[in-house]
Design a protein around this ligand. Structure first.
Ligand SMILES: O=C(O)CCC(=O)C(=O)O
Length: 285
């Protein structure tokens, strides 16, 4: 993240990054947004979202662990879960404010220590249509990712109006709203005719899980898309140590690559395209 992004995320608990998706990507994703298949099985346009060049470095900064030996050759964070909202139309009453440290039993957290961000769960919300300041959509109470005191309960529901401290955050199609799940947030009632379709990608540190519905790397082996299986470890620590000791599922994942990691000294092209020489510890050649 650049200095501006670090300041904004630290202060407000969210960040809007424009133009993450090209118009072609937006069109492609819109056309399959209503599919009943699980999002990551809808085609490579969906799986590519896991390792977007402008987003992955931000996720590394927010939830990654640069101390892991695989970083940054493969992500040092986990994909926790992915879903799509397509049901938001005029009259949608919104989703009450939620999030916060207490509601998750402490698993969703924000911390900054010794120059590094630590987050329990980070959301990348990709808008597929423009959203407008008064039209509804993502909202939050900026700064509440650091709250020590719970929000007054009567602010939670929008049934009787929206408390003035709640900020609506609008974005254009293809923009990403990145926020900490611990931030008090929700969806404002939708008041306009155009639809809202939003993809939510949620990332966690390598050692924690929120959804409990782990991706199984073996289900993705059939796809040839580069750079993806790396994102499916149950726990990113799995890629520790020499590749000879890589777990069976990880080995299966990489069997689709054009070079296959087997033994010391062998050259391997990582899913991110770097040339890696396999030694007792990872290093690029
Ligand atoms: O509408 C949004 O962008 C927020 C959605 C949300 O809070 C959720 O899916 O839990």
């Amino acid at each position: 993240m650049n200095t501006e992004q670090r300041f904004l995320f630290d202060t407000f608990g969210y960040l809007v990054i424009p133009n993450i998706l090209t118009p072609e990507q937006v069109d492609q994703l819109r056309s399959s947004a209503d599919s009943e298949d699980p999002p990551l099985h809808r085609g490579s346009a969906w799986r590519q979202l896991l390792d977007l060049p402008q987003i992955s470095p931000v996720i590394e900064d927010l939830v990654g662990n640069p101390d892991l030996p695989q970083a940054p050759l493969i992500p040092s964070f986990r994909v926790d879960h992915v879903y799509v909202h397509t049901h938001v139309r005029r009259g949608f009453p919104g989703i009450d404010l939620h999030g916060g440290w207490r509601s998750s039993g402490g698993s969703q957290f924000f911390k900054y220590h010794d120059g590094r961000f630590y987050n329990g769960l980070i959301v990348v919300a990709l808008e597929l249509h423009d959203t407008t300041p008064n039209g509804g959509g993502f909202c939050c109470i900026p700064g509440t990712h650091k709250s020590n005191v719970s929000m007054p309960n009567e602010w939670r529901s929008f049934a009787n109006g929206v408390h003035p401290v709640v900020n609506g955050v609008s974005a254009h199609a293809g923009d990403a709203i990145i926020f900490a799940e611990v931030l008090t947030h929700g969806t404002l009632p939708w008041t306009v005719d155009n639809p809202r379709k939003t993809i939510f990608l949620k990332f966690s540190p390598h050692g924690t899980s929120w959804s409990a519905d782990y991706y199984k790397p073996e289900e993705f082996v059939k796809y040839s898309d580069r750079g993806l299986p790396e994102c499916f470890p149950r726990c990113a620590v799995w890629f520790r140590g020499p590749l000879d000791s890589v777990s069976t599922s990880a080995t299966q994942c990489f069997s689709g690559q054009n070079s296959y990691p087997q033994s010391n000294g062998q050259l391997w092209i990582s899913p991110r395209g770097q040339h890696v020489r396999i030694t007792d510890s990872w290093r690029t050649s």
